[in-house]
Design a binder for this molecule. Structure first.
Ligand code: IMP
Ligand code: MG
Length: 174
């Protein structure tokens, strides 16, 4: 597998994002909402470097992508969220691809009257976005290739890799 982003580069960048987040919130309490399962590793590394009063909540999002002509169906489970009214929320996900997932979740958090909703993603794929959404914190912009590792999966595998890799021929073999 080809390494796209080595572990050390991720470590450095996550520290920079944490510093930006700290500087923005200025000591105010933040509710972190992580999107399972892809956020897992990024969230764990990020929160341990943010020196702010944090509450952590996890939600589940999965999209079942059919053939290209059939719109993918997005299933969201936000049952575990507490009352967010008046809270400052930071949404954390692994990757911004088309933007469908995060824009749906942002709309839902706004509907629950969060005081603010900001978005942090480790990766943003160039040239894929179909929904307008500007993330506030982006780790790396990457080319339109299928990536795995550091929480991202293919067929639920490879999430534990400490680096971001491009899945080549292995993908077809799974
Ligand atoms: P979106 O709704 O199209 O932005 O899709 C976002 C979700 O699709 C992410 O949270 C990932 O779970 C998944 N995804 C998109 N691109 C990749 C990839 O290259 N590797 C692994 N998962 C991906
Ligand atoms: Mg995901």
């Amino acid at each position: 597998m080809k390494t796209l982003i080595p572990a050390e580069a991720i470590r450095q960048r996550v520290a920079e994002l944490a510093a930006q987040i700290e500087a923005y919130y200025q000591g105010r309490p933040v509710v972190i909402v992580g999107v399972l399962t892809g956020c897992l590793v990024f969230l764990a590394d990020l929160i341990r470097q943010i020196n702010l009063p944090l509450r952590i909540h996890l939600i589940q999002a999965s999209s079942y992508r059919g053939e290209a002509t059939i719109p993918s169906e997005l299933i969201l489970c936000l049952d575990s969220l507490p009352d967010l009214q008046g809270r400052e929320v930071l949404l954390v996900d692994d990757i911004l691809d088309t933007g469908q997932t995060l824009s749906r979740i942002v709309a839902e958090l706004r509907r629950r009257e969060a005081a603010s909703v900001r978005v942090s993603v480790l990766l943003r794929k160039i040239g894929r976005q179909s929904v307008p959404l500007e993330p506030d914190y982006v780790g790396f912009e990457i080319p339109d290739e299928f990536v795995v590792g550091y929480g991202l999966d293919y067929n639920d595998e490879y999430r534990q890799l400490p680096f971001i890799g491009v899945l080549g021929s292995e993908r077809g073999q799974v």
